[in-house]
Design a protein. Structure first.
Length: 168
């Protein structure tokens, strides 16, 4: 058992604001369209929230050593979670901006984590068309040498990894 106290979301609702794609009950959530159940007081269906919400855990929640308090998604403007390339077992950090783009301080911290731990880093870049977020995203990859196969695999699966949970 870990000696590190368990973190909770508190008043952070970055993953509910539509920066991640998910289907919440029968409603699609995506950039520009927040979850219909989010209010100024938080989730209005928290006790009955869908499985995708119950299971989503950003890296700020589960890794306080690497993600200090200022890296909470609503503060850092970044929602980070971990992914694994099933072909190689290599872990990677995937980061989706909780806003238009990732702040420089956040990017620098994430790149330092990638360098220190030799973990690939994939940072999503949102694309706007006519002043609105489009379905298009690009991914900036950063990491140690020899990770190109991981980056290529993840780019092939880009749409799936932008979702909070499994796509149907």
């Amino acid at each position: 058992m870990s000696d590190t106290p368990q973190r909770s979301c508190g008043d952070c609702t970055a993953c509910c604001q539509g920066w991640l794609r998910a289907k919440i009950f029968d409603t699609d959530m995506y950039p520009g369209r927040a979850c219909p159940h989010i209010t100024d007081q938080g989730c209005n269906c928290y006790d009955e929230r869908p499985e995708v919400c119950r299971n989503f855990r950003c890296l700020w929640l589960i890794n306080p050593e690497a993600f200090p308090d200022w890296m909470r998604p609503d503060r850092s403007k970044a929602i980070a979670n971990g992914i694994i390339d099933p072909n190689s077992g290599v872990h990677a950090i995937k980061v989706v901006p909780a806003g238009s783009k990732l702040p420089t301080r956040t990017v620098n911290h994430l790149k330092q984590l990638s360098t220190n731990h030799k973990i690939p880093l994939l940072m999503y870049v949102r694309i706007k068309e006519n002043g609105k977020f489009s379905d298009k995203v690009s991914v900036e990859a950063y990491g140690p040498p020899g990770m190109q196969h991981v980056f290529d695999y993840i780019r092939q699966q880009l749409r799936q990894f932008e979702y909070m949970g499994p796509t149907e």
